[in-house]
Design a protein around this ligand. Structure first.
Ligand SMILES: [Zn+2]
Length: 558
């Protein structure tokens, strides 16, 4: 790797720096430590950091801010010759080594110099290696933002910003006290003294109950119903409803945290050691809410977990749910619906257990075994996950460091409040994504218990005994696409494809019923059979093997 060293000593009006000799010695040491070949050393003496590199007179001439400043300074220098030489070498080097990033530039606010430098560094993929603060890679969003901000600061601005910041700080200082008041939070009440709270044991039992039920896969409505039964002493006047359950599940208060004014999680001083839900459980719950946001578009009254995955086999268009306000919503071709063209005639009931057949949701449910099997397989490949986890943990640590750096700059008055908050929001997003990935990996890594849970889930899938949430999660992991034909349904899964015949009895065009058999510990067989609900599969009928998907053998009896 090749590098050049650049040093600059200021004209004394705008900043302090080490002498050029000291800077140079520092840079050489750093180059050696990093094994870099030094192609050249360049200096500008008595030169302001606001000056353009030589060779950019055109741009400098158009920079009004800069020209105004130039008029007022006594210096005879109008550019930096040394930096101009560095710019000529950009295509040949990997690094510019400087004592401190401000040696490169300390531009006027509003001057183009900042952009000139960063655009060139990005275009030539040149990184800046600094003695004082490590590598600056302008291709990385945060590095480039932080340096842009650091550079923009001059002493005059600094004093204005400091004052603003101190005012801002007072406002921003979060105390970890819940501002909404405590009265409406299940589980706690005020002691009467300011900001002091105490637990209500019976209500805490109810909160724990909500979390446990949710983590076991129970739906929100079910939990609300169960609450009214098991905790009728609490929910006397006001019955528990899904709103209460939802709020309780999303509230970080129970694991000892609250959201501050930037929407960051901070420790709640009020809860302190009264927290009784583990942070991991709370994250699991919130993660599952996030997943639902992404994977489902559920109408208020009708469950439509296959949404977005169902297509018309006649014209290829997406199928949408219609009849959502009736008892039997069905999938219908969107194209046909839009242009009132010749009907595709392949409408299919979404969910039904009818005498003459069943709906799409019911008929595809055995395939979810494939999703469970994938989870089981994944949980055995722990080692890869562990490596991934290490990488993510390092990334998270780095993000936290950046956050700390930004806070430091803010506290020193080097960042204004709105920029600081912008950065925090950006970092928070990264942090959340990392946290979710880490959590997912940790879930997959964690011990034998989970495998046991997965086997039990597998058994429940074959008994058609899973919650809506489990169905949604397994469905998106199992099925890629469903194409509905007039006489069949074609299902693309992670383990291969299956074409399931539809059955037409008494004017209904639904899907066949099925029954499960275990072949051995892992392999299962599902029989779809032609006929009415109460009819039993005619095992003497000729088996038509439809396909084998992973551990799942699918046959059709007619
Ligand atoms: Zn169509």
């Amino acid at each position: 790797m090749k590098a050049v060293i650049y040093t600059r000593q200021s004209s004394g009006d705008d900043d302090y720096s080490e002498s050029v000799e000291v800077q140079k010695a520092n840079c050489i040491k750093l180059a050696k430590a990093n094994g870099l070949d030094i192609l050249g050393e360049f200096s500008d003496l008595n030169a302001s950091g606001k000056l353009y590199p030589a060779g950019y007179d055109d741009l400098a001439g158009k920079d009004v801010c800069y020209q105004n400043w130039l008029k007022d300074v006594s210096s005879r220098k109008t550019c930096r010759i040394g930096l101009g030489e560095v710019f000529k070498l950009l295509s040949d080097i990997d690094y510019i080594i400087v004592d401190d990033y401000t040696r490169l530039a300390r531009p006027l606010s509003g001057s183009f110099l900042d952009s000139l430098i960063s655009q060139n560094l990005i275009a030539y993929k040149v990184k800046v290696l600094t003695v004082k603060s490590g590598v600056v890679d302008l291709n990385a969003f945060n590095d480039s933002l932080i340096t842009a901000l650091q550079n923009r600061i001059n002493d005059h601005q600094l004093s204005i910003l400091r004052k603003k910041t101190i005012d801002g700080l007072k406002r921003l200082k979060d105390t970890g006290v819940n501002k909404q008041g405590i009265s409406r939070i299940l589980g706690f009440k005020s002691t009467g003294r300011k900001h002091e709270i105490e637990s209500i044991p019976r209500e805490i039992e109810a909160v724990k109950f909500i979390y446990n039920q949710y983590l076991e896969g129970m739906g929100i409505n079910e939990i609300a119903r169960n609450l009214n039964v098991s905790f009728s002493d609490i929910f006397k006047e006001y019955k528990a409803d899904r709103q209460i359950v939802r709020k309780t599940l999303l509230r970080p208060f129970y694991c000892g945290y609250i959201y501050d004014s930037n929407n960051n999680l901070i420790k709640s001083l009020q809860v302190g050691d009264k927290a009784f839900i583990s942070f991991e459980d709370w994250m699991k719950v919130n993660h599952s809410f996030e997943l639902r946001k992404v994977t489902k578009k559920r109408s208020r009254h009708n469950w439509n977990p296959l949404s977005g995955h169902v297509f018309c086999g006649v014209c290829g268009s997406k199928m949408i749910m219609r009849g959502g306000n009736t008892r039997n919503p069905f999938y219908s071709c969107l194209q046909h619906f839009k242009i009132h063209a010749k009907p595709c005639k392949n409408n299919l009931t979404i969910s039904i257990q009818h005498e003459y057949g069943q709906g799409l949701i019911e008929a595809i449910s055995p395939l979810l075994v494939l999703g469970v099997d994938k989870k089981i397989k994944d949980s055995y490949s722990k080692n890869t996950f562990k490596t991934d986890l290490n990488i993510l943990t390092v990334e998270l640590t780095n993000t936290l460091k950046k956050e700390k750096n930004a806070s430091k700059l803010y506290l020193e008055g080097l960042l204004d409040e709105s920029t600081f908050q912008g950065m925090l929001r950006h970092l928070k997003k990264i942090k959340e994504e990392l946290n979710i990935k880490i959590l997912q990996l940790k879930e997959q890594i964690s011990g034998e218990d989970d495998i046991e849970k997965l086997y039990s889930l597998r058994r429940r899938v074959s008994r058609n005994d899973i919650s809506h949430r489990e169905f949604e999660e397994l469905f998106v992991q199992t099925v890629k696409k469903i194409t509905v034909e007039v006489d069949s349904v074609h299902i693309e899964t992670i383990a291969g494809n299956l074409t399931l015949p539809r059955q037409r009895i008494s004017g209904h065009n639904l899907l066949p019923y099925f029954s499960f058999t275990s072949l051995d510990k892992t392999r299962v067989k599902v029989y779809y059979y032609y006929g009415k609900k109460r009819e039993i599969a005619n095992v003497y009928a000729k088996n038509q093997v439809l396909t084998t998907l992973g551990n799942l053998e699918v046959v059709y009896l007619k």
